[in-house]
Unconditional design. Structure first.
Length: 264
């Protein structure tokens, strides 16, 4: 092993640590429901950096009614005619909700800027106004967290190659995504400008090195939990009652005319 490079975490160790964090996520969920807190978490980053992977670990053991995963497609013609931020605001949390944006309004500073999907005026207006927009979010009582997952150029190429080889990952491939390999340095400049212009003391960016996916996932979830002042809420757990006796004349099995074959 090269000096200075940590050995990749073993799956058993990862699953053990992840379980501990997921217990805390359930406690966070209970606190959010009890207090009516509203939380927005933004996940940005380079293609293949692991945004979807960490979100899936966050939502794995919690309620989708509390943790809402938002991954918007390309805007429709109607949405293009609206205020740019409008379609994102429509998904903001009500009391007792946590919204996880898998990419967000920062598309304007990333892919739209690099691929020419917005004008220079639209880009400059966004960069000028977004800090005050986010300050309004916080002033309204919403907790806002912004994470940027970073991956090295070599690791990104390796992950794209892995997606090509794995049929279960083909859905993750698109010409837009793979174009990010060719335009690595264009995206680097765009992200550097975005991070500098939109990080404020109240709403900083948190960078997550993610060449090691398992450690990145644990580090991000642990950090997220540490940024929210939640407390353990006592839960009144129900007791399992005794079943009523079977009434006369009722069979104890369901009709089996169309039962699923036991192939496994």
């Amino acid at each position: 092993m090269t000096a200075g490079i940590r050995e990749r975490m073993k799956r058993k160790d990862f699953e053990s640590e992840l379980r501990k964090l997921q217990v805390e996520l359930v406690r966070l969920q209970t606190w959010v429901k009890a207090t009516g807190a509203r939380i927005i978490v933004i996940f940005e980053g380079r293609d293949t950096a692991g945004k979807g992977g960490v979100i899936s670990r966050i939502t794995q053991r919690v309620s989708p009614r509390v943790f809402r995963h938002i991954a918007l497609p390309a805007p429709t013609e109607r949405e293009k005619s609206q205020l740019y931020i409008q379609r994102y605001v429509a998904h903001f949390p009500a009391a007792g909700e946590i919204v996880l944006f898998d990419r967000s309004w920062y598309n304007r500073a990333g892919v739209e800027r690099v691929m020419g999907f917005c004008t220079d005026d639209e880009y400059e207006r966004f960069m000028r106004l977004v800090p005050s927009f986010e300050q309004e979010i916080v002033d309204n009582g919403i907790i806002l967290l912004k994470y940027f997952l970073d991956v090295s150029q070599d690791e990104q190429r390796r992950r794209f190659a892995d997606r090509i080889d794995d049929p279960m990952k083909h859905w993750k491939l698109s010409p837009m995504d793979t174009e990010s390999v060719r335009r690595w340095w264009d995206y680097t400049l765009a992200y550097q400008a975005m991070l500098r212009a939109t990080a404020t003391p109240a709403n900083p960016w948190f960078i997550v090195p993610s060449d090691d996916k398992r450690r990145a996932r644990l580090n991000l979830i642990s950090h997220l939990l540490g940024q929210i002042p939640y407390k353990k809420v006592k839960v009144e757990l129900p007791k399992v009652p005794k079943a009523e006796p079977r009434p006369k004349g009722i069979e104890d099995r369901l009709p089996t005319s169309h039962i699923v074959p036991a192939r496994y």
